[in-house]
Design a protein around this ligand. Structure first.
Ligand SMILES: C[S@@+](CC[C@H](N)C(=O)[O-])C[C@H]1O[C@@H](n2cnc3c(N)ncnc32)[C@H](O)[C@@H]1O
Length: 147
């Protein structure tokens, strides 16, 4: 696992800045602003992306999915996947995966008692401790009931 570098921009922290978060540094804000000069719509797109994720998670949770694998999760933001899922099903479980040790460090601290969090690259899922095929089980019974 690499160290924590505040002298180089980090895309998870840049994204956090666009979302109005506090987990970013001057170097991240500088890159975020430079990119926004090129396309002023980026922050709105980031927010729309988060809104879509929350809506999609709610939708599939309502359809009975109770286990979620968030690959490339990014820094914790609200609503996080587990918050959206648990608004529908309080027993929903979420595993967050990210290749960035900064993200994993934050997630481990902020989500310590909630979902699991693991350091892995989506391009090497066989190294992810939780197999997606095992975690994407769909219940055959209705919401609120265990299959
Ligand atoms: C811009 S954030 C997006 C966060 C969230 N998924 C969203 O859409 O709001 C992208 C995250 O993906 C992570 N990431 C990029 N490539 C990855 C890979 N190959 N495996 C796991 N995580 C990856 C980055 O570290 C970063 O935290």
């Amino acid at each position: 696992m690499t160290g924590f570098d505040t002298t180089r921009p980090n895309i998870a922290r840049v994204y956090d800045y666009w979302l109005g978060g506090k987990d970013n540094f001057a170097v991240d804000r500088e890159l975020a602003r430079t990119m926004t000069e090129v396309n002023a719509g980026i922050p709105a797109m980031a927010r729309a992306n988060r809104d879509f994720i929350a809506a999609a998670v709610r939708k599939v949770a309502e359809a009975g999915v109770e286990q979620f694998l968030d690959l490339g999760a990014g820094l914790p933001t609200s609503p996080a996947v587990h918050e959206a899922a648990r608004a529908v099903n309080p027993d929903a479980r979420v595993v967050y995966v990210d290749s960035d040790p900064v993200v994993v460090s934050h997630a481990s601290a902020l989500l310590a008692t909630k979902p699991a969090s693991t350091h892995s690259k989506a391009t090497s899922p066989n190294r992810t401790r939780f197999s997606p095929t095992r975690w994407c089980r769909r219940r055959s019974t209705g919401p609120g009931q265990r299959a």
